[in-house]
Design a protein around this ligand. Sequence first.
Ligand code: KG4
Ligand code: ZN
Length: 342
Amino acid sequence: MTRPRLLAIETSCDETAAAVVDDELHVVSSVVSSQIDLHASFGGVVPEVAGRAHVELLEPVVAEALAAAGGSMTEPGVEAVAVTAGPGLIGSLLVGLSGAKAMSYAWDVPLVAVNHLEGHLFAAQLDAGEVAFPHVTLLVSGGHTMLLAVDAPGGYRLLGETIDDAAGEAYDKVARFLGLGYPGGPAIDRLAREGDPTAFAFPRALRGDSLDVSFSGLKTAVVRMVDKATTVNVPDVAASFQAAVVDVLVDKAMRAVDRVGATALVLGGGVAANSALRSAMAEACQESGIACHLPSATMCTDNAAMIAAAGWFRLTAGEIAPLTQAADPSMALQLTSKGGEQ
Ligand code: KG4
Ligand code: ZN
């Protein structure tokens, strides 16, 4: 007997992605078509270009994910369609959402609207299985940096967040300034391996008890230092910048673990693919005797399997979206409380 399957679609930014996942959170197929080459010459994602590319790529990407799971556009073999409804670029979100609505209607299966951030929170479960509660999740992506206490699936308390730039945004801005191209995170990650992380003492902002973080001062410090210098060793700058980001994130995450009494730490979001962050976090967790869940690099960056994982949870909770479901470019994560209190 085949297990119930769900098709998920993700088009919130510059990745067109579709995945088929079964109810054991087993990824049957996952296809991610990146538009990086389309946007690289502009130094960042161009919303209009992204929207048009999603229109061209959506159908072939969904067809490929279904075919790899033994189905087709006419015989999909899925029980529901989950789709990212926000946050993200409105023109990009609308392509995936409209396509998902059409498929849900044509196949007569429920539509499930998923918050992209919740997808990132569920990504670790696809690789690591169930994670013990309560745990702390550090969500670090291009648009968000949040520390959350997760008391149960769907039970999120915001412990801290960035007061200015997201971690991924800081990577992308510093990489652009250093002429390393787009996307900046992987470029800095690679180059930093050849540099000395102690070469420059860049600032670590908001030391102390607050679990909020700030990266805009760090970015400015890098720009000032490079502008003043006559020659710069770019790998050293990359490594020193990265060391400052990683120090702050690990420090705040471990404080959050203490505050919550968590037995596990989970990483999620594109920056969670960063090799220095992963090894520093794993080491800190080991010292503290708690479990560390690091999704594989492909599950950290945008994909549809994570949307399916969050979609299963919402579907099981009876949350079926109407065909009038709107896309919300600034959709917030539903929190059980704002200040971290239980
Ligand atoms: O989660 P994601 O794929 O998209 C958003 O929802 O934002 O995250 C993209 C971000 C970009 O800022 C990218 O530079 C960063 O994740 N990123 C990395 C690495 N891989 C992707 N940052 C640091 N190191 C990496 N290896
Ligand atoms: Zn994302």
